[in-house]
Design a protein around this ligand. Structure first.
Ligand code: HEM
Length: 429
């Protein structure tokens, strides 16, 4: 097998991370699915990891770090470490994924957010465009990747439309709106190529390791990764909101919340995109994703707890037990927008129209979060039915119970959002 030959030769040579045989390794993982890769091959990869992670004098080179991260993702099941973060290869994408916080994890203050926002827009566009590229390639028989349960032409056409809608706001902010003229899907791909950085391109390629060979798992992984990119951005906006509130700066606080709200609302088509998954295909590949659930999403729980400190019962529930580093932060006194707003009003830093401006932005953001939860619950019900979740909850009853948890308690907000804030414009289908 090419995989074995090339890997053995790499191992018996200088084991230079720059020359690692990524292509045959990926091809083998894609041929059978990560869950089914043979033990002998995983053992070889384990030896490769031992070579690349050997303690060196200085910090690892970018190539060594990339390879180490890739091997950790490829070997998560072998190591018994498989979870949501390794399934989505978040570290390879530069997204926060652990107790060490990762990029963008710390308080960025009220300063200039443009650079970080731009990076996130770029990543989101690339993730969506890559999912679309796969649909186009499979639809024209240009790839044999993940051949099981190919969708119909109608479904593929719908995915094209929804991908373009999902990427359009970020493309517009990047100044690439002209690329999606006439909503032509291929234009999104051109935008991707125009914006192409080869290092990011490789990381993107390495971050696609489905557990099975079902076509729809590609879409599932990319949509989850896109949401992780979004949640990481919301976390930054909320942290900056807190900093602004503590200084009594109403306008920057309201602007940060409004930006976060617009992000979440504009991402609605991502759920619609995922609703085109074939439930039977989903139920097939999810047999092998047991143990990886978005209940382990660190960024989502950070987002939730930065809005309002969760009550004791929620903190002790599986929701936070599965993200212990976030629970620790909360228990160590992590501030929240809710408390910062209350304190600013109490201390007279925010009064009158300023206080109302922030309260209004909080209400609108809360409505977007509640709508996200409702749409997510509807999607899960459609895909899952009465089956339990892969995160060891009873499934949709858990989601029904958590969907109306208040986002903030210092302002009253409507638990039933108006249609104006519905990110999907209706049903996810
Ligand atoms: C087919 C699509 C989906 C299904 C069937 C589904 C199902 C579920 C289920 C059953 C849970 C409860 C935990 C568990 O036992 O696993 C859950 C939690 C969660 N899901 Fe999804 N989900 C889907 C898509 C998504 C997407 C695209 C996201 C975006 C990141 C997402 C984010 C979350 C989050 C953040 C939680 C934790 C909620 C909390 O603890 O309050 N899900 N999902």
């Amino acid at each position: 097998m090419r995989f074995v030959r090339e890997l053995t030769s790499w191992l018996s040579g200088a084991a230079d991370p720059d020359d690692f045989p990524y292509s045959p390794v990926l091809a083998e993982f894609h041929r059978v699915g990560k869950h089914f890769v043979e033990k002998e091959l995983l053992a070889l990869l384990d030896s490769a990891r031992a070579r690349v992670t050997v303690p060196a004098a200085g910090p690892p080179s970018p190539a060594a770090r990339l390879l180490g991260d890739f091997l950790d993702v490829a070997l998560d099941k072998w190591d018994g470490r498989y979870d949501y973060r390794s399934y989505l290869a978040l570290r390879l994408l530069g997204l926060p994924c652990g107790a060490d916080d990762g990029p963008g994890g710390e308080d960025d203050g009220p300063g200039q957010p443009e650079g970080a926002r731009r990076d996130r827009d770029r990543l989101l566009v690339r993730l969506v465009a890559d999912a679309l590229a796969f649909e186009l390639a499979a639809g024209s028989d240009a790839t044999h990747l993940l051949p099981e349960d190919r969708p119909s032409r109608e479904v593929v056409a719908k995915r094209h439309r929804l991908s373009v809608r999902a990427a359009a706001p970020a493309l517009a902010r990047l100044g690439l709106a002209g690329e999606v003229h006439d909503r032509e899907p291929a234009a999104v791909l051109r935008a991707l190529v125009a914006d192409g950085d080869p290092a990011v391109g490789l990381a993107l390629r390495l971050s696609m390791l489905p557990v099975y060979v079902s076509h729809d798992e590609y879409l599932f992984i990319r949509v989850l990764q896109a949401y992780e990119c979004l949640f990481a951005g919301l976390v930054e906006e909320l942290r900056a909101t807190i900093v602004a509130l503590r200084a009594g700066h109403a306008r920057p606080a309201a602007d940060r919340l409004a930006y976060a709200c617009a992000q979440l609302t504009a991402a609605g088509p991502l759920f619609s995109l995922l609703a085109t998954m074939q439930p039977t295909a989903f139920r097939t590949f999810r047999q092998y994703t047991e143990g990886a659930s978005a209940i382990q999403s660190r960024s989502y729980k950070l987002m939730e707890s930065l809005c309002r400190t969760p009550e004791g019962a929620r903190l002790e529930s599986p929701a936070y037990q599965q993200v212990p580093e976030v629970r620790d932060r909360v228990q160590a006194g992590q501030p929240s927008v809710d408390e910062a707003f209350r304190a600013a009003v109490r201390e007279g830093l925010l009064t009158g129209a300023d206080a109302e401006l922030v309260a209004g932005a909080m209400r609108t953001f809360a409505a977007a979060v509640l709508q996200w939860r409702r749409t997510h619950h509807r999607l899960a019900t459609r895909m899952l039915g009465p089956r339990p979740g892969t995160g060891y909850t009873e499934g949709t009853p858990y989601l029904a119970a958590v969907r109306s948890i208040p986002v903030f308690s210092s302002v009253t907000h409507d638990p039933v959002p108006s249609s104006r804030t519905d990110p999907t414009g209706g049903s996810p289908e």
